[in-house]
Design a protein around this ligand. Structure first.
Ligand SMILES: [Fe+2]
Length: 294
């Protein structure tokens, strides 16, 4: 039922610091997973069979298929003065692809993240460049600019924030944005999306920041406030699946990155979480989601 393109991916399951010692459960693509953690090791099984897994960017990852590649490289992750800020997984009743698309969208900043990532009258999305980079097989949007009242926890004034967006895998997306404390460098915010079912997922935010003063809990809190604002919007979108039929949703100029993303997914034959793929999220996935929300 799950297409090859969706199976042959690495997906984030959890930040390492929340995976308990001993046995725990998780779900990936509707498939229940048994995780066993010892002091040195992780084991992941589905239906009693071993599942390939790896550690990366402070998280546990797994695949139910045979990915061509490992995790994308994020050069900033290895810089010695970066703060590593895993923000934890947030459940969202929507397709993971919807979450990536929302992450790429700047038009909602003034209306959804009012007085943080945007404010009226600065509502216009200025022209930006967007392309599918064939050499690396990634979608990039560059030259993005937005006036932001509070671009980051470390921002003291409104700044003209510059952005670059990078979709490295269908459900691994990151942005590079002006670092308020060092204009020559970028803060990096990643979203690792874990599909529990076609219409249910968890978003694991991971930040690599230049910020030597803020407390870790405050950095996480700032990001969580923003993502919970997004979640309200995401859970109210219909259909919950990403529409891939032409003309189902009329794009505007601001949606150049969304158009490129959908085209790229179509080229890959990635239909899980789209209106062309399976629609039903398994009851096991819903139950697991419910346990996480308690
Ligand atoms: Fe948002």
């Amino acid at each position: 039922m799950t297409d090859k393109a969706a199976l042959n991916q690495w997906y984030c399951l959890d930040p390492l610091d929340v995976v308990p010692q001993g046995d725990s459960k998780n779900i990936l693509l509707g498939q229940p997973l048994d995780i066993h953690r010892t002091a040195q090791n992780f084991a992941v099984h589905a239906n009693g069979q071993p599942v390939r897994h790896m550690l990366g960017f402070g998280h546990l990852w797994a695949t139910l298929g045979r990915p061509d590649a490992g995790l994308p490289e994020i050069a900033e992750a290895t810089e010695p003065d970066r703060r590593h800020v895993p923000c934890g997984g947030v459940m969202v009743r929507a397709s993971g692809l919807r979450i990536v698309e929302n992450f790429l969208d700047m038009a909602h900043f003034p209306f959804v993240h009012t007085d943080i990532l945007g404010s009226e009258p600065h509502t216009e999305v200025l022209h930006y460049a967007c392309e599918i980079r064939r050499d690396v097989d990634e979608v990039w949007a560059t030259d993005c600019k937005f006036v932001q009242p509070k671009a980051a926890l470390s921002a003291t004034d409104a700044i003209d924030t510059r952005y670059m967006y990078r979709v490295a895998r269908p459900l691994v997306v990151m942005l590079y944005k002006t670092c308020p404390s060092d204009p020559d460098r970028w803060d990096v915010i990643c979203l690792f999306v874990q599909p529990l079912g076609p219409e249910l997922c968890r978003a694991h935010a991971m930040m690599f920041l230049i910020d030597s003063t803020s407390a870790q809990r405050d950095l996480i809190g700032f990001q969580q406030v923003i993502f919970l604002q997004d979640r309200i919007i995401l859970e109210n979108q219909r259909p919950r699946l990403l529409p891939l039929e032409p003309r189902l949703e009329t794009p505007t100029r601001a949606d150049a990155s969304s158009i490129a993303y959908r085209r790229w997914l179509k080229e890959k034959g990635f239909v899980y979480g789209t209106t062309l793929g399976p629609a039903e999220t398994t009851s096991a996935a819903w139950r697991f989601g419910a346990t996480l929300e308690q």
